[in-house]
Design a protein around this ligand. Structure first.
Ligand code: TPP
Ligand code: SF4
Length: 242
């Protein structure tokens, strides 16, 4: 019988620690599938963030190191400059990349570092209890915005792809989503393109992946996916920004 579905070679066979319906597991797998498809596993070095994906290295069967909160692009820069033959990618949440690490990603992009960033936007700080993130939507209730994010007090949701794609050092920026099978397939294509851009020496490539955090949205897995498809993609339109 022909096997049509199996674990990617780049993925370890362990049980998930993520909550039911969390998008991180999907994105981890897509990264592995892209690496397998491109045949770059022996050359890849990943950098894990400080968030719910802090132990991404437990899932990935290739070289991975860890960076302090927001410092992923700086660590990636150092590794890539020392070892340009490696394919170096950072994996970051929105609290990590768009709050504590804003300066890191902006300057790495502006320098045109030949690295890839997988940016998982779930609109909250997941690991630390569902606080408001820069990406939290207006009106969205979180642990630190119990009446909903208020633009006057908290500002507007930060649109990372729109912002980063204006910098000349950026070769490729696309926003994708995990709220349906079709979108998950598109997300994989985008991750492959981002790695390819690095293989071609083009500069910084970034894929923003919209992802669900049902736990801190206070929704069931099904409701969270529906919320993404109906509400989140209106604020964060999908597409290629560069
Ligand atoms: C330098 C530093 N500041 C703050 C923290 C605390 N901290 C750990 S995870 C986290 C939030 C992560 O949120 P996000 O990046 O959105 O990832 P998610 O858990 O939602 O995937 C924070 C504030 C830390 N570990 N290190
Ligand atoms: S808290 Fe949210 S981001 Fe963290 S594992 Fe659970 S669903 Fe995923």
């Amino acid at each position: 019988m022909k096997k049509i579905f199996c674990k990617p070679n780049s993925m370890r066979d362990i049980s998930t620690h993520y909550c039911a319906g969390c998008g991180h597991g999907i994105v981890h797998r897509l990264v592995c599938e892209a690496i397998d498809d491109l045949g770059i596993r022996e050359k890849v070095i990943g950098i894990a963030p400080v968030g719910c994906a802090v132990i991404a290295y437990d899932y990935w069967d290739f070289d991975v190191t860890e960076a302090a909160h927001g410092r992923v692009p700086a660590v990636a820069t150092g590794i890539k400059r020392m070892s340009p033959e490696n394919i170096v990618f950072g994996y970051q949440g929105d609290g990590d990349l768009a709050a504590i690490g804003t300066a890191e990603i902006v300057h790495a992009a502006n320098r045109g570092e030949n690295i890839t960033i997988i940016f998982v936007n779930n609109a909250v700080y997941g690991m630390t209890g569902g606080q408001m993130a820069p990406t939290t939507m207006l009106g969205q209730k979180t642990a630190t915005s119990p009446f909903g994010r208020d633009q006057k007090r908290d500002g507007f949701p930060l649109k990372v792809c729109e912002l980063i794609s204006t910098l000349p050092g950026v070769s490729y920026a696309e926003r994708v989503s995990t709220h349906s099978p079709q979108n998950i397939l598109k997300a994989k294509r985008a991750i492959k393109k981002a790695f390819q851009s690095q293989l071609d020496g083009q500069g910084l490539s970034i894929v923003e992946v919209l992802s669900a955090c049902p736990t801190y949205l206070g929704l069931s897995s099904e409701e969270a996916v529906k919320w993404m498809g109906e509400t989140m993609i209106k604020e964060y339109p999908l597409g290629v920004f560069k």
